[in-house]
Design a binder for this molecule. Structure first.
Ligand SMILES: *[C@@H]1O[C@H](CO)[C@@H](O)[C@H](O)[C@H]1NC(C)=O
Ligand SMILES: *[C@@H]1O[C@H](CO)[C@@H](O)[C@H](O)[C@H]1NC(C)=O
Length: 262
């Protein structure tokens, strides 16, 4: 009887504390019981797991080989991608990359390179994904290719900022992408249109470049180093951009909760 009667009192106390919280800082309170008083704060849930926790699992490379965004997280991922947080998270990455680049002592023999991935790193496919469930819909090669062939991918603003900074510091830029060689022309057009005007190399997948992204990108980076290039930095939105061999002196991972490439 006492326990049952105590429940509403506990809730009332927590609610009052929560309400007064904003006006003055009180003694520390246990976090978990208070959470319900604050509401869900736009977060969504996947089998009782927060979509924010799912996203962290993805970014930290704890969740791997996932095929699609859980459908219950579509609104969450959409909100993340179109809201301020995606941009802010990207800014943190780019600020760190710029600071690191600035502190390097370049040889300036034309061999200091920075590797950029393209999709969701240099160019955004968000206009496409916004129409296709932000990664909830299974990958559709035909529709994806149609979108890429429009050449209308906008630059990721933070990545473009890094690109310009690196050029001003004397880096050479190498684009290394999983896009196919047949998409070279439209990719060149799109890159230039989006503000990426110059580069040392643009490497796309040839028909003989089979295998995972990790294997393909590792072998291309190995070739670069065999030609005397020093990969001082490497940035991508997929772990497969920055894992494997010859990854570069330092790697940077941009956020991407929409798809997974192994
Ligand atoms: C940069 O490299 C040059 C040439 O090797 C060297 O003289 C100089 O001390 C280096 N500076 C820093 C800050 O490492
Ligand atoms: C891709 O999308 C098109 C157009 O909606 C559809 O006709 C086709 O069946 C889809 N392909 C796959 C593999 O889902």
């Amino acid at each position: 009887m006492e326990l049952i009667a105590g429940v509403p009192l506990l809730f009332l106390t927590l609610t009052l504390i929560a309400t007064s919280q904003a006006s003055q800082v009180e003694k520390p309170l246990p976090i978990h019981p208070l959470r319900s008083a604050y509401g869900s704060g736009h977060d969504h849930h996947l089998h009782g797991i927060s979509c924010a926790s799912w996203r962290l699992g993805v970014e930290a490379y704890n969740l791997r080989d996932w095929k699609t965004v859980p459908s219950s997280c579509e609104a969450y991922v959409g909100h993340y991608m179109l809201g301020h947080l995606y941009r802010q998270d990207s800014k943190v990455v780019v600020d760190a990359a710029a600071l690191y680049a600035q502190g390097l002592n370049l040889t300036k023999d034309g061999k200091d390179v920075w590797v950029f991935d393209i999709d969701e790193t240099s160019l955004s496919n968000l206009p496409y994904f916004a129409k296709h469930g932000f990664g909830v819909e299974p990958y559709n090669a035909t529709l994806s290719k149609q979108w890429v062939d429009t050449g209308k991918g906008p630059a990721l603003p933070e990545s473009l900022r890094l690109y310009k900074k690196l050029l001003s510091l004397g880096f050479k830029i190498v684009f290394l992408t999983g896009r196919q060689e047949v998409q070279r022309k439209i990719t060149v057009t799109n890159l230039k249109e989006a503000g990426y005007h110059t580069w040392e190399k643009l490497i796309l997948r040839s028909p003989e470049d089979t295998g995972t992204a990790i294997a393909y990108k590792s072998s291309k980076r190995k070739e670069l180093e065999a030609h005397g290039y020093r990969i001082l930095g490497n940035i991508g939105d997929q772990w497969s951009d920055i894992l494997g061999s010859n990854v570069g002196q330092r790697t940077f991972k941009l956020p991407d909760p929409m798809y997974y490439i192994s």
